[in-house]
Design a protein around this ligand. Structure first.
Ligand code: GTP
Ligand code: MG
Length: 642
């Protein structure tokens, strides 16, 4: 039972009696140090190696399995050009839609290339700080205060670059300023800490000749939390910081000392943030969390369990176990964050209608007011108090143009924010050429964007009554609306005339809505915020007997897929020969071998479990084996240590 030099793709040792897959290597493919070749005491052919992450090898199975190429995928080689180009991205000043981009940071936008990101996860760690309380003493303490890596070329997905196909005849949409694109959307990567490894150690003490096994367990990896920070009102901070990694658990040590728990990482989000799994292939990811109330705290990803040290493997039959486990890998995920305002009342209307002026008249908010369209890019919030305990949050939203539902003007950007408002205040510019036409056009936009929005109760406010042209057209406008059963208000937001009535009318509508909605809100509070982590934990505890077998006839590869068994592979530390025996036993016991035979596996076929690739060897009839082969049907489950 000792390491041998690597001997790729050859199982030189004649197989013993067991019908079992034997392991072959795929040199150069490992992202961590490759376990060398081992030979078990029983003489089973044994060359181990780890595969690159599934995504990588599934890209090109021919590379992996065709004999001519010797199945090499050198991750570091393939990723070099990608990384280089990523690093060489020019960080120059140039403007985009009026917003200056600068070197320092957050207004620099590039499309994220997820592939690059993932490569850089393990290939270029230079510019990142990862919490790691692992073995490496030099790292300890250093990183403790720096939780997140500073993303030097903070990239973000250009969600609304306006480069969608524009049909002929249609006006090409102008790019939306970067600030708008990113204040309410973000794409981030979260990873829980890996568990620390268990170790093999034996007690050594004077006068204790046979000190027992004393290798301690690894510590748990750090968790990833999401916390609602009431002081945040945008997702802009995520332009700088995209990766959030919790610390890895400390490795176990001698004298049964367990490793320390990895440091947690906390992702702060603004109230009203909706978290989804990242979009894939244009399809919106699964909704994970809606975080509304400041102070809400959700455990998103639980850290990996620490691997057991050899002290934990001691049993009646094996008093000197030379085996320890790797720590379990922490879960990882790409997430799409979206901020939806939690305003009660949204002020909508065409650009330059006086929405911001109205907000500043009725609340203490001081939004920018200017005589040109699209002054407001980000919604402004103001608290309007009518009375001691009667308040409402009012949002002044960016202007709405005809065609907004197709992305004209600030388009969808704006409309999304209205989704959470209970009541809308529709401001019409009385000084415009045809106020009633403007009113109809904006209403139509709302309806086209979402019928749900159009159904929200609203009041209509005719603004700029202090101007003669507006004053003149008021009667016509009022008649036009009354014909549709709407009773508009007329105000001069600038002079604060008539705004009082508007506030009261809006509040009344809001009260009605609040009453009607009471129940759903209670329901929201009852939602288990930790359900994502719970699901992950549940998967982790899934039985090893739950697996499926897929056959890829082109490469003659058998994929054994199952959370339990894959986790087993991941946590197996192939450094120790006993690990191999344990693994073979596990395959036998949980029925993988049997089921492979049933499906017709043949000599020389490839069997893939998790990151492990093996070669199947048929039972050698000459060696009497039937007696030694157990027909186990029992289930192997992970002990519930987590
Ligand atoms: N005379 C007069 N001017 C007004 C009134 N309300 C707003 N304005 C002017 O109209 C212009 C636009 O006002 P804003 O409040 O910035 O309009 P807005 O609807 O927020 O515009 P965007 O944010 O660009 O969509 C400014 O020059 C205001 O001074 C009013 O009641 N009377
Ligand atoms: Mg404005």
């Amino acid at each position: 039972a000792r390491p041998k030099p690597q001997n790729p793709r050859k199982s030189t040792v004649p197989n013993n009696s067991k019908s079992s897959p034997n392991l072959k290597s795929r040199p150069g493919s490992g992202r961590s140090s490759l376990p060398p070749v081992y030979r078990s005491g029983g003489g089973e052919a044994t060359t181990y190696t780890r595969l690159p992450p599934k995504d990588d090898f599934s890209l090109d199975p021919s590379l992996v399995l065709s004999p001519g190429t010797s199945g090499e995928i050198k991750l570091y080689e393939s990723s070099v050009p990608a990384l280089e180009s990523a690093n060489k991205k020019p960080l120059i000043d140039h403007s985009d839609g009026g917003i200056k981009r600068n070197k320092k940071g957050w207004s620099y936008i590039e499309d994220i290339d997820e592939e690059d990101e993932e490569f850089s996860d393990f290939d270029s760690e230079d510019d990142e700080i990862v919490l790691d309380s692992g073995f490496d003493g030099s790292e300890e303490g250093k990183a403790s205060s720096l939780e997140f890596e500073a993303e030097s070329d903070g990239e973000l997905e250009g969600y609304f670059d306006g480069d969608e196909e524009v049909k002929e005849g249609e006006m090409k949409e102008k790019g939306v300023p970067a600030v708008m694109r990113c204040f309410d959307r973000a794409k981030i990567y979260v990873k829980a800490g890996n568990g620390g490894n268990g170790v093999v150690a034996f007690r050594r003490e004077k006068y204790v000749p046979y000190g027992g096994p004393s290798g301690g367990d690894g510590g748990r990896g750090g968790d990833v939390y999401v916390v609602v920070d009431g002081a945040m009102n945008s997702l802009l901070p995520f332009r700088k910081t995209v990766h959030f990694r919790a610390g890895r658990g400390g490795h176990g040590q001698g004298r049964k000392q367990a490793g320390a728990k990895g440091e947690d990482v906390v992702v702060m989000v603004a109230p009203g943030t909706v978290i989804r799994k990242a979009m894939k292939g244009g399809v919106e990811g699964e909704l994970l969390l809606e975080l509304v109330h400041p102070g809400q705290r959700a455990l998103l990803l639980p850290g990996g369990r620490g691997g057991r040290g050899n002290a934990s493997f001691k049993s009646g039959t094996n008093k000197v176990p030379k085996i320890a486990e790797n720590g379990e890998e922490g879960a990882e995920m790409w997430l799409d964050l979206e901020l939806k305002l939690v305003a009660d009342v949204g002020i909508v209307g065409a650009p330059n209608a006086g929405k911001s002026t109205l907000l500043s008249a009725i609340s203490a908010a001081q939004p920018t007011i200017a005589n040109y369209p699209f002054t407001t890019l980000l919604p402004n919030l103001g608290v309007v108090s009518l009375d001691y305990d009667a308040t409402m949050v009012v949002a002044d939203l960016p202007g709405l143009l005809e065609g907004a539902h197709r992305g004209f003007g600030l388009g969808h950007e704006f409309l999304r924010h209205t989704e959470r408002c209970s009541v809308l205040v529709h401001v019409v510019d009385g000084s415009g050429q045809q106020p009633e036409y403007e009113f109809d056009a904006v209403r139509l936009e709302l309806e086209l964007f979402s019928p749900e929005l159009a159904e929200k109760p609203y009041i209509v406010v005719y603004n700029k009554m202090d101007l003669p042209e507006a004053y003149e057209r008021w009667n016509l406008f009022e008649e036009h609306l009354q014909a549709c059963g709407i009773h508009p208000f007329c105000i001069s937001a600038m002079n604060r005339q008539g705004t009082h009535d508007v506030v009261h009318a809006a509040y009344e509508l809001l009260q009605k809505e609040r009453e009607a909605r009471k129940k759903p809100e209670e329901w929201m509070n009852a939602v288990n915020l930790n359900h994502v982590a719970d699901t992950i934990q549940k998967q982790r505890r899934s039985s090893m007997n739950d697996f499926e077998i897929f056959h890829d006839s082109s490469s003659n590869a058998w994929h054994v897929v199952g959370a339990g068994i894959q986790r087993f592979v991941q946590m197996t530390n192939w450094q120790y020969t006993e690990s191999l025996r344990r693994f073979q036993h596990a395959l036998e016991a949980c029925g993988v071998n049997k089921s492979l035979i049933k499906h017709g596996v043949k000599e020389g076929d490839t069997v893939i479990v998790g990151e492990m690739e093996m070669v199947w060897h048929d039972e050698n009839e000459n060696i009497g084996s039937s007696s030694t082969r157990k027909q186990t049907t029992g289930s192997i489950k992970w002990p519930d240590l987590g």
